[in-house]
Design a protein around this ligand. Sequence first.
Ligand SMILES: Cc1cc2nc3c(=O)[nH]c(=O)nc-3n(C[C@H](O)[C@H](O)[C@H](O)COP(=O)(O)OP(=O)(O)OC[C@H]3O[C@@H](n4cnc5c(N)ncnc54)[C@H](O)[C@@H]3O)c2cc1C
Ligand code: SF4
Length: 326
Amino acid sequence: MTTNLKEVDVVIVGLGWTGGILAKELTEAGLKVVALERGAPRSSENDYSLPNIRDELRYVVRHDLMQNTARDTITVRNNPQQEALPMRRLGSFLPGEVVGGSGVHWSGHTWRWTDMEFKVRSNYEERYGKKFIPDDMTIQDWGITYAELEPYYDKFEYTAAVSGKAGNIGGHIQAGGNPFEAPRVRDYPLPPLTPILASEMFTDAARNAGYHPFPRPSANASQPYTNPDGSKFGGCQYCGYCQRFGCEANAKGSPHMTVIPIAMRNPNFELRTHSWARIPGSLRFSRTPTPSGSPALPTQTCSTARNSSSRRPSCCYAPMPSTTCT
Ligand SMILES: Cc1cc2nc3c(=O)[nH]c(=O)nc-3n(C[C@H](O)[C@H](O)[C@H](O)COP(=O)(O)OP(=O)(O)OC[C@H]3O[C@@H](n4cnc5c(N)ncnc54)[C@H](O)[C@@H]3O)c2cc1C
Ligand code: SF4
């Protein structure tokens, strides 16, 4: 016995930074959004607080916040002639599986690209000629410029509490920042983190050698901060448990404590955790017009059925550990 799910404007599969930002922006634009996240809902206060969050066995060795490769995984091949095989042991690539995705256990380094990186092919061809890049090399320009993206870099930095020192504001080089960065409209929302001794020694050595050292921008709040959406950050405790862990001080900019709670407060949004989207036969891809009549957004619309008695969809809402898609 199945029932058809009510259609919504957008279904987001996976609620990390990408899905979380989309959830907030699209619901604010008036669209009805459902997010399917295969992982569990976890929160800073219940799951990432001291002392339990410093459990290295759980988070580093057993990958508690990451994809369970015994159950499903990506496949890898080294060239198109090989058969792709499942990767059953995580290495340096540690995809997240929780509300917030990898953004919960990321480090927080937040680089902007330079102007040049968006047009690598053009730059090479201009300098070395059209024949410089071999025909079978797929290198391309991105089709979008740094200037077009700058407002979004800026918005993200203020959302995620990025600490750093600007090097180029509106074309004016700023002492102490990265003099080679592309122009930005304003400085980071927070001053740089306090340098450790090794960093101070490196800075001195690099400067004496004629280089331009600068503090690395990172989404680790150097002091308590409230972002433009009202999300509150504590100041970084320099505990060193950024990568592979949730932040014990709520200081690391992460989607589960910024964009996702904002989306959750919006009645247009529904989050379904432990919901594993299985693409073949389960999701219909469609293009849905936006309410304003602006260009259509590519969306995934869940149009399949679910078991009415258990309220579990039989298809795109498979509770873990089941991977069945019927
Ligand atoms: C340990 C680590 C450190 C990092 N450090 C940095 C850093 O310092 N600076 C930096 O810029 N980047 C860093 N990154 C990379 C950065 O964190 C990721 O690029 C970014 O978080 C990806 O966000 P995303 O939303 O695109 O994907 P993800 O965060 O991977 O989110 C995808 C979500 O989708 C869910 N999902 C996947 N498949 C399905 C499915 N079929 N059905 C339902 N749900 C599904 C997953 O559970 C997950 O929650 C780091 C990554 C890791 C793992
Ligand atoms: S307190 Fe600072 S060092 Fe520790 S996890 Fe949070 S951001 Fe990282």
